[in-house]
Design a protein around this ligand. Structure first.
Ligand SMILES: [Zn+2]
Ligand SMILES: [Zn+2]
Length: 286
């Protein structure tokens, strides 16, 4: 780096910050090796980088079988196939720690009802330090895929969609199995296209009480996800109004996540987003 695929890495000065949400080429929708992500993190002054590759294993998903990528090939998402990812992240930790970057082993687990046993199995098998819960489906259809969101949303009124999504988030938080719920209010990504801007304010008035209570009861945190800043809806997930509402309710808002799917997006917008978290300076302790 830089190379033909990643020609420019904009300089950012993010000393002391941590990125707790990034993908790498073990995710089927991401590019860039673990090593490339680490080099960008180091160049930008991050002290921690937590890899959270996608793991979607909902057998009842309308999308059929789900995959992870291993050495450039699609493989079914199952615990065995995660072994090379785990090994490579742990190796990166050993290599980059002496240079000042603590690399963490995490996973973005795609939520589905009844996944508790599978989560426990994965956490028992590998030394994950961070389990991020990604809620990407309503009734087993992806609402954040550009080719499926219409099929998903066409079955619901905007109120129903928000209520069903909030119920999924609350159920996921209630398990207490996850460190953090990823990109709260992610439904807005394509929900704005389908339903219009009214979906934004519905998030402030419907379902938040049960979500916040579940988060607090189980000590599950929220992240400030900056992906929406570089694409639609040009705002954080969750947007600042909802973030403030969560904070006032006593929810722990702890992590910054770029949700980078290419190395140059590591730490994206963190210079501004850092003001939105209270515990943002993470020391390189282990
Ligand atoms: Zn996600
Ligand atoms: Zn993600």
């Amino acid at each position: 780096m830089p190379d033909a695929e990643h020609p420019i890495v904009e300089p950012l000065f993010l000393d002391g910050l941590a990125d707790y949400h990034c993908h790498c080429d073990y995710s089927i929708d991401a590019t860039g090796s673990i090593d490339e992500y680490c080099r960008v993190a180091l160049a930008r002054g991050l002290v921690e980088l937590c890899f959270t590759t996608h793991y979607d294993a909902n057998a009842t998903s309308g999308d059929g079988a789900s995959f992870i990528k291993v050495k450039g090939k699609d493989q079914p998402a199952n615990p065995d196939n995660l072994a090379p990812y785990v090994e490579e992240v742990l190796e990166a930790h050993d290599r980059y720690y002496p240079l000042g970057l603590s690399v963490k082993l995490g996973l973005e687990f795609g939520w589905y009802a009844g996944c508790e046993e599978e989560v426990a199995q994965l956490r028992g098998r590998y030394p994950f330090e961070y389990f991020l819960c990604g809620i990407h489906e309503l009734e087993n259809i992806c609402f954040c895929c550009h080719d499926r969101f219409e099929a998903c949303f066409s079955r619901f009124s905007v109120e129903e969609a928000v209520d069903k999504y909030a119920a999924e988030v609350a159920a996921a938080a209630e398990t207490g199995l996850f460190n953090t719920i990823a990109h709260l209010d992610y439904l807005r990504k394509y929900g704005q296209n389908f339903y219009g801007p009214q979906i934004d304010d519905l998030f402030l008035s419907r379902g938040t009480e049960s979500v916040f209570n579940a988060l607090k009861r189980t000590g599950t945190a929220l992240e400030v996800n900056t992906a929406g800043m570089r694409r639609q809806p040009a705002d954080y997930f969750p947007r600042v109004k909802l973030l403030n509402q969560a904070r006032r309710a006593g929810v722990d808002i702890r992590y910054l996540g770029s949700d980078a799917h290419r190395p140059e997006d590591v730490g994206y917008d963190f210079d501004a987003a850092a003001s939105l978290i209270t515990d943002h300076v993470a020391a390189c302790l282990d």
